[in-house]
Design a protein around this ligand. Sequence first.
Ligand code: AMP
Length: 382
Amino acid sequence: MSILVLNAGSSSLRFTLFDKQLKELYKGHVDAIGQKHCSFRHYLKKGEIDTTIKIKNHDEAIRFVLKKLREDKIITDLNEIKKVAHRVVHGGEKYVKPTRLNAKVLKDLDKLSALAPLHNPANLLTARACQKMLPHAAHYAIFDTAFHAALPEKAFLYGLPYALYQKEHIRRYGFHGSSHKYVSTEAARFLKKKNLRLITCHMGNGISLAAIKNGVCLDTTMGFTPLEGPIMGTRSGTVDPGILFHLLKKQSPEKLHAMLQHESGFKGLSGIGSDIRDLWAKPNSPGSKRTFGVLCYQMAKLIMSLTVPLGGLPDAIVFTAGIGENAHYLRAQITQELAPLKIQLDPTANRKNATVISKPKSGVKLLVIHTNEELQMARDLP
Ligand code: AMP
Protein backbone atom coordinates (compact mmCIF):
# COMPACT_ATOMS: atom_id res chain seq x y z
CA MET A 1 0.00 0.00 0.00
CA SER A 2 1.20 3.52 -0.67
CA ILE A 3 0.15 7.02 0.31
CA LEU A 4 0.14 9.95 -2.07
CA VAL A 5 0.51 13.48 -0.70
CA LEU A 6 -0.48 16.33 -2.99
CA ASN A 7 0.28 19.99 -2.46
CA ALA A 8 -1.28 22.10 -5.21
CA GLY A 9 -0.47 25.78 -5.67
CA SER A 10 -2.17 28.12 -8.12
CA SER A 11 0.21 27.00 -10.92
CA SER A 12 2.16 24.15 -9.35
CA LEU A 13 1.70 20.64 -8.03
CA ARG A 14 4.10 19.06 -5.53
CA PHE A 15 3.74 15.41 -4.70
CA THR A 16 5.35 12.70 -2.60
CA LEU A 17 4.58 9.00 -2.61
CA PHE A 18 5.20 7.18 0.68
CA ASP A 19 5.07 3.51 1.56
CA LYS A 20 3.14 2.21 4.57
CA GLN A 21 6.06 2.99 6.92
CA LEU A 22 6.11 6.57 5.55
CA LYS A 23 9.35 6.04 3.67
CA GLU A 24 9.58 8.29 0.62
CA LEU A 25 9.29 6.34 -2.63
CA TYR A 26 9.09 9.20 -5.09
CA LYS A 27 8.89 12.95 -4.94
CA GLY A 28 8.62 15.79 -7.41
CA HIS A 29 6.76 18.79 -8.70
CA VAL A 30 5.16 20.23 -11.77
CA ASP A 31 5.83 23.95 -12.06
CA ALA A 32 4.30 26.75 -14.16
CA ILE A 33 1.18 24.72 -15.07
CA GLY A 34 -0.49 26.19 -18.16
CA GLN A 35 2.57 28.25 -19.07
CA LYS A 36 5.20 27.91 -21.78
CA HIS A 37 8.00 27.10 -19.35
CA CYS A 38 6.03 24.36 -17.56
CA SER A 39 8.46 21.82 -16.13
CA PHE A 40 8.46 18.55 -14.24
CA ARG A 41 11.16 17.87 -11.70
CA HIS A 42 11.50 14.67 -9.79
CA TYR A 43 13.88 13.56 -7.12
CA LEU A 44 15.14 10.03 -7.32
CA LYS A 45 18.24 8.48 -5.80
CA LYS A 46 20.30 9.69 -8.77
CA GLY A 47 19.42 13.28 -7.97
CA GLU A 48 17.08 15.86 -9.40
CA ILE A 49 15.91 15.59 -12.98
CA ASP A 50 14.22 18.40 -14.90
CA THR A 51 12.08 18.04 -18.01
CA THR A 52 10.11 20.64 -19.92
CA ILE A 53 6.56 19.46 -20.52
CA LYS A 54 3.24 20.69 -21.86
CA ILE A 55 0.57 20.66 -19.16
CA LYS A 56 -2.56 22.77 -19.51
CA ASN A 57 -4.17 22.47 -16.08
CA HIS A 58 -4.13 20.69 -12.70
CA ASP A 59 -6.21 17.85 -14.07
CA GLU A 60 -3.50 17.09 -16.65
CA ALA A 61 -0.80 17.57 -14.02
CA ILE A 62 -2.18 14.80 -11.79
CA ARG A 63 -2.74 12.54 -14.77
CA PHE A 64 0.91 13.13 -15.70
CA VAL A 65 2.17 12.39 -12.19
CA LEU A 66 0.14 9.17 -11.97
CA LYS A 67 1.49 8.11 -15.38
CA LYS A 68 5.07 8.84 -14.25
CA LEU A 69 4.62 6.70 -11.13
CA ARG A 70 3.84 3.75 -13.35
CA GLU A 71 6.37 4.54 -16.11
CA ASP A 72 9.18 4.82 -13.59
CA LYS A 73 7.99 1.56 -12.02
CA ILE A 74 7.36 3.04 -8.58
CA ILE A 75 3.96 1.35 -8.65
CA THR A 76 2.51 -1.14 -11.10
CA ASP A 77 -1.14 -0.40 -10.49
CA LEU A 78 -2.97 2.74 -9.30
CA ASN A 79 -4.92 0.54 -6.88
CA GLU A 80 -1.74 0.36 -4.76
CA ILE A 81 -2.42 3.97 -3.71
CA LYS A 82 -4.78 3.54 -0.79
CA LYS A 83 -4.76 7.00 0.76
CA VAL A 84 -4.33 10.50 -0.67
CA ALA A 85 -3.64 13.57 1.47
CA HIS A 86 -4.54 16.89 -0.13
CA ARG A 87 -3.15 20.10 1.28
CA VAL A 88 -5.97 22.60 1.72
CA VAL A 89 -4.71 25.96 2.84
CA HIS A 90 -7.81 27.26 4.61
CA GLY A 91 -10.05 25.17 6.81
CA GLY A 92 -11.73 28.13 8.53
CA GLU A 93 -12.90 27.55 12.09
CA LYS A 94 -14.78 24.35 11.26
CA TYR A 95 -12.08 22.14 9.77
CA VAL A 96 -9.31 21.69 12.30
CA LYS A 97 -8.64 17.98 11.79
CA PRO A 98 -7.76 15.88 8.74
CA THR A 99 -11.11 15.33 7.06
CA ARG A 100 -12.23 12.60 4.66
CA LEU A 101 -13.34 14.25 1.44
CA ASN A 102 -16.81 13.54 0.13
CA ALA A 103 -19.19 15.61 -2.01
CA LYS A 104 -20.71 17.34 1.04
CA VAL A 105 -17.34 18.30 2.58
CA LEU A 106 -16.04 19.52 -0.78
CA LYS A 107 -19.10 21.72 -1.24
CA ASP A 108 -18.65 23.09 2.25
CA LEU A 109 -14.97 23.77 1.56
CA ASP A 110 -15.89 25.64 -1.64
CA LYS A 111 -17.52 28.23 0.59
CA LEU A 112 -14.20 28.77 2.36
CA SER A 113 -12.51 29.66 -0.93
CA ALA A 114 -13.57 33.25 -0.33
CA LEU A 115 -11.21 33.26 2.67
CA ALA A 116 -8.23 32.03 0.60
CA PRO A 117 -8.95 32.88 -3.04
CA LEU A 118 -5.34 32.38 -4.14
CA HIS A 119 -4.98 28.90 -2.70
CA ASN A 120 -8.16 26.98 -1.85
CA PRO A 121 -9.63 26.87 -5.40
CA ALA A 122 -6.50 25.13 -6.77
CA ASN A 123 -6.42 22.76 -3.76
CA LEU A 124 -10.04 21.74 -4.26
CA LEU A 125 -9.82 21.50 -8.03
CA THR A 126 -6.91 19.11 -7.65
CA ALA A 127 -8.69 17.07 -4.98
CA ARG A 128 -11.78 16.66 -7.18
CA ALA A 129 -9.73 15.66 -10.23
CA CYS A 130 -7.66 13.20 -8.21
CA GLN A 131 -10.74 11.62 -6.64
CA LYS A 132 -12.01 10.82 -10.14
CA MET A 133 -8.68 9.25 -11.12
CA LEU A 134 -8.27 7.30 -7.87
CA PRO A 135 -11.87 6.51 -6.89
CA HIS A 136 -10.85 3.47 -4.81
CA ALA A 137 -8.58 5.51 -2.48
CA ALA A 138 -9.53 7.37 0.70
CA HIS A 139 -8.97 11.11 0.11
CA TYR A 140 -8.33 13.44 3.03
CA ALA A 141 -7.93 17.19 3.30
CA ILE A 142 -5.14 18.37 5.61
CA PHE A 143 -5.49 22.01 6.56
CA ASP A 144 -2.68 24.53 6.84
CA THR A 145 -4.69 26.45 9.40
CA ALA A 146 -5.34 23.43 11.64
CA PHE A 147 -2.15 23.59 13.71
CA HIS A 148 -3.15 27.11 14.81
CA ALA A 149 -6.66 26.11 15.89
CA ALA A 150 -5.77 26.32 19.61
CA LEU A 151 -4.84 30.02 19.47
CA PRO A 152 -6.56 31.76 22.39
CA GLU A 153 -9.12 34.46 21.65
CA LYS A 154 -6.75 37.24 22.73
CA ALA A 155 -4.34 36.08 20.00
CA PHE A 156 -6.81 35.54 17.20
CA LEU A 157 -9.10 38.56 17.52
CA TYR A 158 -8.45 41.81 15.68
CA GLY A 159 -9.56 45.15 17.11
CA LEU A 160 -12.56 45.32 14.79
CA PRO A 161 -16.29 45.30 15.62
CA TYR A 162 -16.87 41.92 17.24
CA ALA A 163 -19.78 41.23 14.86
CA LEU A 164 -17.25 40.90 12.03
CA TYR A 165 -15.80 37.91 13.81
CA GLN A 166 -19.19 36.46 14.73
CA LYS A 167 -20.80 36.89 11.32
CA GLU A 168 -17.93 36.88 8.85
CA HIS A 169 -15.30 34.90 10.77
CA ILE A 170 -12.70 37.63 10.44
CA ARG A 171 -9.90 36.58 12.77
CA ARG A 172 -6.29 35.39 12.74
CA TYR A 173 -6.04 31.87 11.29
CA GLY A 174 -2.31 31.41 10.66
CA PHE A 175 -0.76 29.30 7.90
CA HIS A 176 2.23 27.00 7.18
CA GLY A 177 0.75 24.77 9.91
CA SER A 178 2.23 21.48 8.66
CA SER A 179 5.69 23.04 8.54
CA HIS A 180 5.53 24.56 12.04
CA LYS A 181 4.20 21.27 13.39
CA TYR A 182 6.88 19.21 11.65
CA VAL A 183 9.87 21.29 12.75
CA SER A 184 8.59 21.71 16.30
CA THR A 185 8.13 17.94 16.58
CA GLU A 186 11.60 17.34 15.16
CA ALA A 187 13.11 19.93 17.51
CA ALA A 188 11.55 18.16 20.51
CA ARG A 189 12.89 14.85 19.21
CA PHE A 190 16.35 16.34 18.67
CA LEU A 191 16.47 18.03 22.07
CA LYS A 192 15.00 14.90 23.70
CA LYS A 193 12.50 17.05 25.58
CA LYS A 194 8.71 17.03 25.36
CA ASN A 195 7.94 20.15 27.32
CA LEU A 196 9.50 22.87 25.27
CA ARG A 197 9.01 26.51 24.44
CA LEU A 198 9.85 27.11 20.80
CA ILE A 199 9.73 29.92 18.29
CA THR A 200 9.66 28.44 14.78
CA CYS A 201 10.56 30.64 11.81
CA HIS A 202 9.35 29.33 8.46
CA MET A 203 11.26 31.48 5.96
CA GLY A 204 10.50 30.52 2.36
CA ASN A 205 8.65 32.44 -0.34
CA GLY A 206 6.16 33.12 2.41
CA ILE A 207 7.40 33.83 5.94
CA SER A 208 5.63 33.08 9.22
CA LEU A 209 6.67 32.60 12.83
CA ALA A 210 4.92 30.59 15.53
CA ALA A 211 5.13 30.41 19.33
CA ILE A 212 4.77 26.77 20.36
CA LYS A 213 4.58 25.54 23.95
CA ASN A 214 4.58 21.80 24.65
CA GLY A 215 3.57 21.11 21.06
CA VAL A 216 0.64 23.57 21.03
CA CYS A 217 0.74 26.71 18.89
CA LEU A 218 -0.18 29.75 21.00
CA ASP A 219 0.34 32.55 18.46
CA THR A 220 1.55 33.07 14.93
CA THR A 221 2.34 35.97 12.64
CA MET A 222 0.20 35.26 9.58
CA GLY A 223 -3.36 36.37 10.08
CA PHE A 224 -6.68 36.33 8.28
CA THR A 225 -4.63 35.83 5.13
CA PRO A 226 -0.98 34.90 4.47
CA LEU A 227 -0.21 38.60 3.89
CA GLU A 228 0.41 39.47 7.53
CA GLY A 229 3.82 39.24 9.18
CA PRO A 230 7.31 40.31 8.09
CA ILE A 231 8.17 41.23 4.48
CA MET A 232 8.24 38.19 2.19
CA GLY A 233 9.40 37.39 -1.38
CA THR A 234 6.72 39.47 -3.08
CA ARG A 235 4.25 40.03 -0.23
CA SER A 236 4.30 43.26 1.76
CA GLY A 237 3.78 41.72 5.19
CA THR A 238 2.04 43.93 7.77
CA VAL A 239 1.42 47.53 6.74
CA ASP A 240 -0.51 50.37 8.34
CA PRO A 241 -4.07 49.95 6.96
CA GLY A 242 -4.16 53.75 6.61
CA ILE A 243 -1.68 53.43 3.73
CA LEU A 244 -4.18 51.31 1.84
CA PHE A 245 -6.91 53.94 2.10
CA HIS A 246 -4.46 56.58 0.98
CA LEU A 247 -3.49 54.50 -2.08
CA LEU A 248 -7.10 53.58 -2.87
CA LYS A 249 -7.71 57.21 -3.77
CA LYS A 250 -5.44 56.67 -6.77
CA GLN A 251 -5.80 52.99 -7.71
CA SER A 252 -8.35 50.21 -7.85
CA PRO A 253 -8.67 47.61 -5.05
CA GLU A 254 -7.60 44.90 -7.53
CA LYS A 255 -4.41 46.75 -8.45
CA LEU A 256 -3.65 47.45 -4.83
CA HIS A 257 -4.18 43.81 -3.90
CA ALA A 258 -1.89 42.69 -6.75
CA MET A 259 0.77 45.15 -5.55
CA LEU A 260 0.61 43.87 -1.96
CA GLN A 261 0.75 40.24 -3.10
CA HIS A 262 3.14 40.30 -6.05
CA GLU A 263 5.13 43.55 -6.22
CA SER A 264 6.11 44.21 -2.63
CA GLY A 265 8.38 42.53 -0.07
CA PHE A 266 11.96 41.73 -1.20
CA LYS A 267 11.02 42.40 -4.81
CA GLY A 268 9.50 45.81 -4.21
CA LEU A 269 12.03 47.00 -1.62
CA SER A 270 15.17 45.82 -3.39
CA GLY A 271 14.25 46.46 -7.01
CA ILE A 272 16.29 43.29 -7.68
CA GLY A 273 13.87 40.39 -7.31
CA SER A 274 11.97 38.12 -4.96
CA ASP A 275 14.60 35.38 -4.63
CA ILE A 276 16.95 36.09 -1.75
CA ARG A 277 19.80 34.42 -3.70
CA ASP A 278 19.62 37.18 -6.32
CA LEU A 279 19.97 39.77 -3.55
CA TRP A 280 22.84 37.91 -1.91
CA ALA A 281 24.62 37.86 -5.29
CA LYS A 282 24.80 41.67 -4.89
CA PRO A 283 25.26 41.97 -1.11
CA ASN A 284 26.55 45.54 -1.20
CA SER A 285 23.91 46.99 -3.48
CA PRO A 286 21.67 49.50 -1.67
CA GLY A 287 18.59 47.39 -2.60
CA SER A 288 19.97 44.23 -0.97
CA LYS A 289 21.23 46.05 2.12
CA ARG A 290 17.93 47.82 2.68
CA THR A 291 15.91 44.61 2.21
CA PHE A 292 18.14 42.53 4.50
CA GLY A 293 18.00 45.34 7.06
CA VAL A 294 14.19 45.53 7.09
CA LEU A 295 13.71 41.75 7.04
CA CYS A 296 16.13 40.97 9.87
CA TYR A 297 14.87 43.82 12.04
CA GLN A 298 11.25 42.73 11.54
CA MET A 299 12.13 39.07 12.21
CA ALA A 300 13.88 40.01 15.46
CA LYS A 301 10.97 42.19 16.62
CA LEU A 302 8.50 39.39 15.90
CA ILE A 303 10.68 36.81 17.68
CA MET A 304 10.79 39.05 20.76
CA SER A 305 7.02 39.57 20.61
CA LEU A 306 6.45 35.80 20.59
CA THR A 307 8.17 35.45 23.98
CA VAL A 308 4.91 36.93 25.38
CA PRO A 309 2.63 33.96 24.56
CA LEU A 310 5.43 31.60 25.64
CA GLY A 311 5.58 33.35 29.02
CA GLY A 312 9.37 33.54 28.87
CA LEU A 313 12.38 32.89 26.73
CA PRO A 314 12.16 30.01 24.27
CA ASP A 315 14.27 26.88 24.74
CA ALA A 316 15.12 27.22 21.06
CA ILE A 317 14.51 29.30 17.95
CA VAL A 318 14.12 27.10 14.88
CA PHE A 319 14.86 28.27 11.32
CA THR A 320 13.35 26.39 8.40
CA ALA A 321 12.28 26.47 4.68
CA GLY A 322 14.29 27.75 1.70
CA ILE A 323 15.69 30.88 3.34
CA GLY A 324 15.70 29.70 6.96
CA GLU A 325 17.63 26.53 6.07
CA ASN A 326 20.19 28.13 3.76
CA ALA A 327 20.66 31.88 4.18
CA HIS A 328 23.32 31.83 6.93
CA TYR A 329 24.00 35.56 6.39
CA LEU A 330 20.38 36.39 7.29
CA ARG A 331 20.37 34.12 10.34
CA ALA A 332 23.52 35.93 11.49
CA GLN A 333 21.97 39.35 10.95
CA ILE A 334 18.73 38.37 12.72
CA THR A 335 20.77 37.17 15.72
CA GLN A 336 22.64 40.47 15.84
CA GLU A 337 19.30 42.26 16.15
CA LEU A 338 18.31 40.00 19.05
CA ALA A 339 20.64 41.54 21.62
CA PRO A 340 18.23 41.09 24.59
CA LEU A 341 18.38 37.30 24.16
CA LYS A 342 22.18 37.22 24.59
CA ILE A 343 22.51 34.76 21.75
CA GLN A 344 25.97 33.45 20.90
CA LEU A 345 26.03 32.32 17.30
CA ASP A 346 28.56 29.67 16.29
CA PRO A 347 29.70 31.16 12.94
CA THR A 348 31.25 27.92 11.62
CA ALA A 349 28.15 25.84 12.39
CA ASN A 350 25.96 28.60 10.99
CA ARG A 351 27.97 28.76 7.76
CA LYS A 352 27.50 24.96 7.37
CA ASN A 353 23.72 25.10 8.03
CA ALA A 354 24.33 22.66 10.92
CA THR A 355 21.41 21.61 13.11
CA VAL A 356 22.71 23.54 16.14
CA ILE A 357 24.13 26.92 15.12
CA SER A 358 24.51 28.51 18.58
CA LYS A 359 27.37 28.08 21.06
CA PRO A 360 26.74 25.99 24.21
CA LYS A 361 26.60 29.12 26.43
CA SER A 362 24.14 30.98 24.18
CA GLY A 363 21.17 32.62 25.96
CA VAL A 364 18.87 30.75 23.58
CA LYS A 365 19.64 27.72 21.42
CA LEU A 366 19.37 28.19 17.66
CA LEU A 367 18.43 25.26 15.42
CA VAL A 368 18.18 24.75 11.67
CA ILE A 369 15.71 22.00 10.79
CA HIS A 370 14.71 20.99 7.27
CA THR A 371 10.97 21.13 6.94
CA ASN A 372 8.95 18.33 5.40
CA GLU A 373 5.33 19.39 5.06
CA GLU A 374 4.45 16.34 2.96
CA LEU A 375 5.75 13.93 5.61
CA GLN A 376 3.82 15.81 8.29
CA MET A 377 0.66 15.53 6.18
CA ALA A 378 1.20 11.80 5.77
CA ARG A 379 1.81 11.46 9.53
CA ASP A 380 -1.44 13.31 10.22
CA LEU A 381 -3.57 10.93 8.17
CA PRO A 382 -5.96 8.81 10.21
P1 AMP B 1 10.43 27.68 -0.17
O1 AMP B 1 9.17 28.48 -0.19
O2 AMP B 1 10.71 27.00 1.12
O3 AMP B 1 10.56 26.77 -1.37
O4 AMP B 1 11.64 28.75 -0.32
C1 AMP B 1 11.87 29.45 -1.51
C2 AMP B 1 12.84 30.58 -1.28
O5 AMP B 1 13.95 30.12 -0.50
C3 AMP B 1 13.46 31.09 -2.60
O6 AMP B 1 12.70 32.10 -3.17
C4 AMP B 1 14.80 31.60 -2.11
O7 AMP B 1 14.66 32.97 -1.76
C5 AMP B 1 15.13 30.81 -0.88
N1 AMP B 1 16.19 29.82 -1.10
C6 AMP B 1 16.08 28.60 -1.65
N2 AMP B 1 17.27 27.98 -1.68
C7 AMP B 1 18.17 28.83 -1.15
C8 AMP B 1 19.58 28.80 -0.90
N3 AMP B 1 20.33 27.74 -1.21
N4 AMP B 1 20.15 29.88 -0.32
C9 AMP B 1 19.40 30.95 0.03
N5 AMP B 1 18.08 31.05 -0.19
C10 AMP B 1 17.46 30.01 -0.76
